[in-house]
Design a protein. Sequence first.
Length: 369
Amino acid sequence: MRAISTGSTYKIFDDTLMTYDKLPVQTYVVRFDRQTGFYLEKYVDISITEEKIYGVHISKVDKVLNSFQKFNRSLGVILSGDKGIGKSLFAKLLSVKAMEMGIPLIVVDTYYTGIASYLEAITQETMVLFDEFDKTFGEVRSQDGEASPQTGLLTLFDGISGGKKLYVITCNELYKLNEYLVNRPGRFHYHFRFDYPSAPEIREYMMDKIPEDRFNEIDEIISFSTKVNLNYDCLRAIAFEICNGETFKSAIRDLNIINLYEDRYEVILMFKNGYKVTSSQAALDLFSGNEYDINFYDGRYNDICNVGFSIKDSTYDFNLGGNIVPGEQLHIEYEEDKDLPKEALKAKQSGVSHLVIRRKQARSIHYAV
């Protein structure tokens, strides 16, 4: 028998009861019971199954943990980006290394009213992981008279009470985060934005995963990635199919990788004398074979020409990093010569070289210094 007293109240437990001065180093998840309140439940062990880590994950993990050791208060980290591009892997790497340093991991995967006060009462150094924070705490409506779920956590994230903690949140939709979390390094010191694999990263990954005699498929995969964002989940599935004897073309027809809508592209009309004009927000579907018409303007918003072309006439050029339509496949209608700027008139006289179509990259959320 074991007896536990809190104030003047005594509770009796069987011999399996164990007490600790600190949480043992392992993984927990927060749970809530209407009768007994909040408690921690042992969670599945975090493990890294990947044979090779791609990108700069390791250096960033070390950076976070080194900073956490130097901080005399809590440290916050935001991991944002689309699904399947490395946020969960980064969180796993960080969790494993933190536990190697003697820091327990607490996972928060459900919103409960009062959870901030419960976490604040844990004074031991811990890592607290809010997985899919934008969904768990962004799509929940607060009850009448209560602060919104994210607002209720602001004091917790301030890191000035309740012991020193490493707060990590993952999110897919950045706009669903409370405005007092973004651009507030006092609450979240780091914000790591995860992007889709680049062409060199795709090549490295596929060369590691498929037989050497199938390397001829890689260029086609990279070309495809210029039209559809391929995350590591997609690359893993493609590599599996190729290892099973499929060609990339046959595999992509059956995989759950589909084209749902037109994307935004930068379209550049190149002239033989080096002059160029750009349309920076063209909505195109590079899989359709559709014909498009695009109006081009110079830097002073002068009308230059209208260009008609068919997607089926385009091919991917690795050197130029985009799909190319040869000049002879373009249908061009210029403004009258008297209305064209001098530079554009000279370019018209030199002739068109080709059209370049490049996927618009997401705007960087960090400053370039």
